[in-house]
Design a protein around this ligand. Structure first.
Ligand code: CUA
Length: 159
């Protein structure tokens, strides 16, 4: 039969990509995991949320200067607050936020800065942002965390 040959050709056009795609994806996964070192957080990023304020760097909450125009903010989130909730840095500063939650899942979103992260109990979140323009950059919790979720906010004041 003449037609059956072309029917198989179409079958093959579907089957081959469906075999090739998972192979390509597996290849990419292996490449990202080993080539770029993207993997689940290691031991270094794990803390006991119940002992958060007794564990470095969360035993020193607040803003710390670590270099010229470089700051590290050790931040704790809890129901329903951030410590610190007012962060003052000079314009042109690069700020690394090292944050974690002491209880439930919270979020950290800083308006006008490239910060949008989840804060998980037991995990350390590190995000870095540069603040060039003076002004106030409000931040808030954007993961629903209970009755007073909407009161969980603070601001970065760039002077
Ligand atoms: Cu914390 Cu919502």
């Amino acid at each position: 039969m003449k037609n059956s040959g072309s029917v198989y050709k179409y079958e093959l056009m579907w089957i081959l990509p469906s075999i090739a795609l998972p192979i390509v994806m597996l290849g990419l996964l292996i490449y990202m995991a080993f080539g770029h070192g993207i993997h689940l957080p290691g031991e270094a990023g794990i803390v006991d949320p119940a002992k958060l304020t007794a564990t470095a760097p969360f035993n020193k909450l607040g803003v710390h200067q670590v270099g010229e125009k470089r700051y590290q903010v050790n931040m704790m989130a809890g129901i329903w607050f951030f410590v610190p909730n007012q962060i003052k840095v000079p314009a042109g500063s690069t700020v690394e936020f090292v944050a974690s939650s002491k209880d439930v899942v919270h979020g950290l979103f800083i308006k006008g800065a490239n910060v949008n992260a989840m804060l998980l109990p037991g995990q350390v979140t590190r995000v870095t942002a540069r603040f060039d323009k003076p002004g106030e950059y409000p931040f808030l919790c954007h993961e629903y965390c209970g009755a007073a979720h909407h009161t969980m906010w603070g601001k970065v004041i760039v002077e």
